[in-house]
Design a protein around this ligand. Structure first.
Ligand code: NA7
Length: 868
């Protein structure tokens, strides 16, 4: 390390240390060298290639099409590199990587056979002190982990391996010389991609193969072969093709399905499933329907299709049954692409042992002993996977600020900002780290995206006179939350997968990759930069800057819906006449999923305050009588009806097991205040009087409403209290409109961009009520003098709702008045999003909570059954 002339500031030996010379390390070497940085790449192996250096097992291939698995910075596909097959083998990929390295003279930057062991942040000098097992001590301003997601093999988790006299292999570090299995009895432990690829090839040669399977995986035929003319045609304009890959969901140009499984007929589903089985493409097959990874029923049907395929291929019914995955939803573990995998079990010398039923007890000198059998073996192959995503990062002893160990920081699961950086570890970057799309995307595209972002960042730092970058606590916590939110609306957490860290004993159970898509992710990274490095502190000798904040605050599915609606560029509702707004609302309602099935739905008419009103009655499928919830729809007093809130009412009925009566009320501007509340009160009175005839249990009556309907439900509770009936036992108010007091902060904070806008609230309010009446508690229940004695309440407010603060205030006022009140703050939600059944999956837990509360309110009133 040298000193800068004239100053006492330390100058590091290099600008950047890169750890790893796989695909990411090579691309970084290319970019850093072209940009004139001083850098070193350390690689533990004695040659380059990373994954493709180590995983030389028989049958090893890439599982995305080879022509998608190429660097885009070097468009030499057309000129001097051509793949021989749709899915290249490991040797061919390694040749490609060597070709790229040689062509761009990258090898000279790499120090081989050298493992980085420790990196210590020197706060005073603002640099990393990096040491290796070869004795190097290097100082670097930045350290970049290009260590890959599947590069830290799991150790063998069996007793007695050291006793075994035969050969032992790990797919993850396969010998360089050819292994001859002819005439050998071979065990393979593990049936992930490595097992599934290698087993059929080993079986072609070996005398006997015994596969020890802990969890069967879903696998589809790779249908490998020559490159298809269609794929080649897509590449006619390679620059466009690569750009489309970068802008895609998974890093492969592909139109993302927006069709929901049960929106099409069974025969159409069958055809699509068959196409998924036939296409030989992993990402395309999962993309069969939009809800495969979010709707359990959709996933189950797809999974059953695969199980039937397995049963149709494998002759022995017990083996077929053992090969059928039943413990995880399809695609929640990485599905495999295979060549003859299932058919291999029809060979007389291949046998499957289900270690869940026949656990491996130990390895002996001669083979493997299960609880009930001994297998004599010449070789054991471990295809048991990796300490994925975080393993190779925490294998380096990183010491950040105040000697904080990265391993300790991540003891309960990784926390990162953008999957790229971590608080306490300035100037440390992870390529395809935890919290980035990484293994759920085409790795090579994700690697380029990360490396490009990093190079831009380094350029920005130096151009702005900064030398240190570190995320803030707020930004990191927000991103980590967002990564979890994304996973939580999928079925991924349901599987004991390596995505969840569940394959490594003791590893925290946290979903590691970012699952909302490369496109969505890239937009976040770009937005951070566009907002002048939002969530990062940038510092240097001359000062620092920090625009603190969270880049993704909305629930991911809410944001996607908002983006889709924004893309439609619709006219604002407040620019329409009331009738046009109603027609527009009705039209928008037609495009959504129907909501869950209920026992029956009956339309009826009830006497309102000034004439008949329509209602829709939703009855649970369980035997009645049921308690009754009278529901008031949203729509700003101007629009809406039972049809507009139909999926929400079905959902409420199914979840609460109550009869839900969605009662209409007269609308403004034709019928202004207090018409709506008068009708609502009349409806509740009528339902109370006719509970038995409606199939309800008398005395078990609650109210619920959304938006304006929520305000109406709140008002009805107070009027019923004051009038001495009907007896309402609970109220559920979903993002209620409670007085349109536009001085509240949420009206300014969420004025636009979240569906319901402040101008639209004003438009609704003006249609409904004169300014002089707006403090009437029949419009603004917060203006009521006394809220005591009201029925217990659940109030749901949404973070990005102009009405949020009045909901908050009402929940607090109820509580202060002694009303048992539960207040749910729907984080990352908007005024409408919780109502979007089967569209906004993240709203489901909020609705479940609301239904649970209603059940509780109603159950508390049930007359106990007489003792027999
Ligand atoms: P995977 O996919 O993690 O597969 C490892 C397999 O080994 C899997 O079937 C495991 O069962 C099994 N396994 C792991 N530990 C044990 C023990 N102790 N006993 C028995 N069986 C065990 O790794 P791969 O190398 O096949 O593939 C990694 C990725 O590379 C793949 O997803 C592609 O993206 C490419 P488990 O499912 O954990 O019960």
């Amino acid at each position: 390390m040298t000193e800068t002339a004239g100053t006492d500031r330390a100058v590091p030996d290099v600008d950047v240390v890169v750890v790893g010379a796989g695909i990411a390390g090579l691309y970084l070497a290319y970019r850093l060298s072209r940009a004139g940085y001083r850098f070193r790449v350390f690689e533990a192996a004695d040659d380059l290639g990373g994954t493709w250096y180590w995983n030389r097992y028989p049958g090893a291939r890439v599982d995305v099409p080879s022509i998608d698995y190429m660097f885009s910075f070097d468009p030499d596909w057309q000129r001097d590199w051509q793949w021989s097959e749709k899915y290249a083998t490991q040797p061919e990929i390694l040749r490609y990587l060597n070709h790229v390295a040689d062509k761009h003279d990258l090898r000279r930057h790499i120090t081989f056979s050298t493992r980085v062991q420790q990196a210590r942040w020197d706060d005073e000098a603002s640099l990393w002190r990096v040491s290796t097992d070869a004795g190097d001590d290097v100082t670097a301003r930045f350290v970049v982990m290009a260590t890959g997601c599947l590069s830290m093999p799991k150790p063998a988790e069996v007793d007695g391996l050291e006793r075994f006299a035969g050969e032992v292999y790990f797919t993850s570090s396969w010998p360089h010389e050819r292994i001859d299995f002819r005439d050998k009895r071979v065990a393979v432990i593990g049936t992930g991609s490595s097992g599934v690829q290698s087993i059929p090839v080993i079986a072609q040669e070996a005398r006997e193969v015994v596969v020890f399977q802990r969890t069967p995986n879903f696998s589809i035929p790779a249908r490998n072969g020559p490159l298809s003319p269609e794929k080649l045609a897509q590449l006619a304009n390679e620059a466009d093709y690569r750009a489309a890959a970068r802008a895609s969901y998974g890093g492969i140009p592909m139109e993302k399905s927006i069709t929901l499984t049960f929106s099409v007929s069974e025969s159409e589903r069958r055809q699509r499933y068959e196409r998924a089985w036939e296409c030989g493409l992993l990402f395309d097959s999962i993309n069969v329907y939009a809800d495969v990874l979010s709707n359990p029923a959709a996933n189950h049907e797809f999974a059953e299709f695969f199980r039937n395929k397995i049963r149709s291929i494998v002759d022995d019914p017990q083996t077929a049954s053992d090969l059928c995955p039943t413990d995880h939803p399809v695609a929640t573990k990485r599905p495999c692409l295979d060549t003859n995998y299932y058919a291999t079990y029809n060979l007389p010398h291949v046998r499957l042992v289900n270690v869940r039923n026949h656990p491996i007890r130990q390895v002996t000198e001669t083979g493997i002993e299960t609880a009930d059998e001994s297998f004599t073996l010449d070789a054991i192959v471990f295809a048991t996977g990796f300490d994925a995503v975080t393993g190779a990062i925490t294998a380096v002893d990183f010491r950040g600020r105040n000697d904080l160990a990265l391993k300790d920081k991540w003891a309960h699961g990784p926390q990162t900002y953008l999957g790229l950086t971590a608080v306490g570890f300035p100037n440390l970057f992870f390529i395809t780290g935890p919290g980035s799309p990484s293994v759920l995307s085409n790795m090579i595209v994700s690697i380029e995206q990360h490396a490009d972002w990093l190079l831009d960042c380094l350029g920005h730092l130096s151009a702005s006179g900064f030398e240190v970058i570190e995320p803030t606590e707020t930004a990191e916590a927000g991103w980590t939350q967002h990564v979890n939110d994304c996973a939580d609306i999928t079925l991924y957490p349901a599987a004991n997968s390596w995505y969840m860290g569940a394959n490594v004993p003791g590893k925290p159970r946290v979903f590691l990759p970012y699952c909302a898509g490369l496109d969505f992710y890239t937009a976040s990274c770009d937005e951070v930069v566009a907002r002048d490095y939002l969530g990062f502190t940038l510092s240097g000798p001359n000062g620092s800057q920090c625009h603190d904040g969270v880049v993704r605050r909305l629930q991911p599915d809410v944001e996607m819906v908002l983006n889709e609606v924004a893309a439609l560029d619709l006219p604002p509702m407040e620019s329409m006449a009331a009738d046009d707004a109603r027609a527009f609302n009705a039209q928008m309602s037609m495009a959504r999923p129907p909501g869950p099935d209920v026992g029956e739905i009956v339309d009826g008419v009830l006497p309102g305050a000034a004439g008949d009103l329509a209602y829709g009655l939703y009855r649970p499928s369980t035997p009645g009588p049921h308690p009754i919830v009278v529901y008031f729809h949203g729509g700003g007093y101007v629009l809406g009806d039972a049809a507009s809130d139909d999926p929400l009412c079905r959902d409420l009925c199914a979840r609460s097991e109550a009869v839900v009566i969605s009662a209409d009320y007269r609308h403004a501007p034709e019928h202004r205040f207090p018409a709506a509340v008068e009708d609502a009160l009349a409806a509740v009175q009528w339902v109370g009087d006719n509970a038995g005839a409606l199939g309800g249990s008398p005395g078990q009556l609650a109210v619920c409403g959304w938006s304006a309907g929520g305000g109406i439900a709140a008002v009805v509770c107070r009027l019923a209290r004051d009038m001495g009936g009907p007896n309402i036992v609970g109220q559920a108010l979903l993002t209620p409109a409670l007085g349109a007091d536009m001085t509240r902060a949420s009206f300014a904070e969420n004025a636009d961009g979240y569906g319901l806008t402040t101008p639209l609230v004003r438009w609704f309010t003006d249609h409904y009520i004169d300014a002089a009446d707006r403090s009437d508690p029949r419009f603004a229940p917060l203006c009521a003098v006394d809220l005591s004695g009201l029925p217990p309440a659940i109030v749901v407010t949404a973070e990005f709702d102009p009405l949020r603060d009045e909901g908050e205030a009402y929940a607090a006022a109820l509580d202060a008045a002694g009303v048992p009140t539960e207040h749910i703050r729907a984080r990352g939600h908007t005024h409408q999003s919780v109502t979007m059944v089967d569209v906004v999956v993240s709203g489901a837990p909020v609705r479940a909570k609301m239904a649970d509360s209603l059940r509780g309110f109603l159950a508390a009133t049930r007359t106990p059954e007489p003792a027999s």
